[in-house]
Design a protein around this ligand. Structure first.
Ligand code: HAM
Length: 423
């Protein structure tokens, strides 16, 4: 056997302390906020049939064309590691007939997503999203509530200075005239665009607006905007949302160029960005998908949702600093075999009270044990040596105030309640 060392794949990362505490904090805040709005957790699988993503996200999107982790399983089926969560939740909603339950049905999920993108700051090949999907309400009131929930979530997480952008991508009625306007605009200049744009021009011209190639971004600057082509219903939906956002005092900007990288959207789309992130600045994004349930063989049920990108939020929080992490309440320093045994027993007794207790389990000097307690930022240290075993009392030290004292081993269950610092 060789001693070969392995590294993690490019674009994925291990998440461990202290960063993991930021992750846990975000996850717990998200649960609290979703609870306030009646969203319940759903855990779809990480693998699905490839077609589910191809048909919902869209065959001509970057995600489906270039970024999916797709493989054949042993039975020859084409399987894909989920690049996003909406398609799976919609599939589950239909598969389990959740539309028969009282409307609206509201779900949240969290977990890893996979996209074969070029890794860079804030962009990974395995990244984590926390997302929500709400089914059954067609009016802009639902959009307003979902957006408001996202604002509360980001606020409670502690993010500041975010930009909120909204747009409408219209519906089946307003898309054809818009599509025609795009074709008219691009027709004479398409040869100057990248090969992807040329290919997509014939099948899905809207996707040209999503191309990231600099030359294409520059050349499409004056292309027609969807907002000018919205049908009456889509326009009034957008106006309804805007007036609700005003009443709810949610700051927003309309960005008619925001097309999103997924084909399933109808009407409202939104994105939250932060300048602190560099080029990958979207912290969260979402929108309405009123046709998707029907398109997958379900009833005519509208849907809306969003997903936040965990890594990007973590980056922003780390930049802000001031993140606290849990520390042991008590470090039990032990000197000698018998003391270690007593320490083990004391540790178990204290943990029953819900305290994080670290017990020194190996022979080492008091000095090095105190150094370890300090490095762990343990609040209290209990010291057990031969003398303490004989007297039945252990020494304690408050590492913050420097106070010291003794406590009888039989009374340790009440420790540190009897310390001056805790009175
Ligand atoms: P998305 O815009 O593709 O939307 O992704 C949502 C968020 O996931 C992005 O704003 C970003 O924060 C994060 N994200 C995306 N790709 C990466 C990556 N490669 N590395 C790190 N973070 C990334 C969706 O996925 C939709 N399913 C959202 C949705 C839910 N729409 C309706 N419901």
């Amino acid at each position: 056997m060789s001693n070969e060392r392995f590294n993690a794949l490019k674009g994925v990362q291990d998440i461990f302390p202290p960063d993991i505490y930021i992750w846990q904090k975000i996850e717990s805040v998200a649960r609290e906020v979703f609870y306030l709005y009646g969203y319940q957790e759903i855990r779809p699988p990480i693998i699905e049939y490839t077609d589910l993503f191809a048909r919902s996200i869209g065959e001509t999107t970057d995600i489906v064309e270039k970024e999916m982790y797709t493989f054949s399983d042993k039975g020859g089926r084409s399987i894909t590691l989920r690049p996003e969560g909406t398609a799976s939740v919609v599939r589950a909603y239909i598969e389990h007939h959740l539309y028969n339950l009282p409307s609206p049905q509201k779900f949240f999920y969290s977990g890893p997503m996979f996209r074969y993108e070029r890794p860079q700051k804030g962009r990974f090949r395995q990244f984590y999203q926390i997302g929500v999907e709400a089914f059954g309400v067609a009016g802009p009131e639902m959009d307003a509530e979902v957006i408001s929930m996202l604002c509360l979530l980001l606020d409670r997480i502690g993010l500041k200075g975010l930009n909120f952008e909204i747009n409408s991508l219209g519906c089946d009625r307003c898309r054809p005239p818009y599509r025609k306007a795009l074709i008219d605009f691009f027709r004479d200049r398409i040869n100057n665009f990248c090969p992807d744009c040329n290919r997509r021009f014939h099948v899905n011209p809207l996707r040209l607006l999503d191309c990231k190639v600099e030359r294409c971004v520059e050349m499409r600057k004056d292309s027609p905007e969807i907002t000018a082509y919205l049908c009456d219903d889509c326009r009034s939906h957008l106006e309804g949302l805007i007036s609700l956002l005003e009443v709810m005092q949610i700051p927003y900007k309309i960005n008619p160029e925001m097309v999103r990288g997924l084909d399933y959207y109808t009407r409202t789309t939104f994105e939250v960005t932060s300048e602190g992130l560099g080029s990958q600045k979207a912290v969260a994004a979402g929108g309405r998908y009123d046709r998707l349930v029907e398109q997958f063989g379900g009833p005519q049920v509208p849907g809306i949702g969003f997903a936040v990108g965990m890594e990007r939020i973590v980056l922003l929080l780390k930049d802000m600093g001031g993140i606290t992490h849990p520390v042991p309440a008590i470090f039990i320093a032990t000197l000698g075999r018998e003391a270690i045994k007593e320490g083990l027993l004391l540790g178990e007794r204290l943990r029953k009270r819900g305290l994080w207790v670290e017990v020194n389990l190996e022979a080492s000097s008091l000095k090095s044990q105190l150094r370890r307690a300090d490095r762990l930022s343990s609040r209290f240290v209990l010291i057990i040596g031969e003398e303490e075993l004989l007297s039945g009392k252990v020494k304690w030290k408050d590492m913050r105030s420097g106070d010291q004292g003794e406590v009888a081993i039989k009374d340790v269950d009440n420790f540190p309640a009897q310390c001056p610092a805790n009175k």
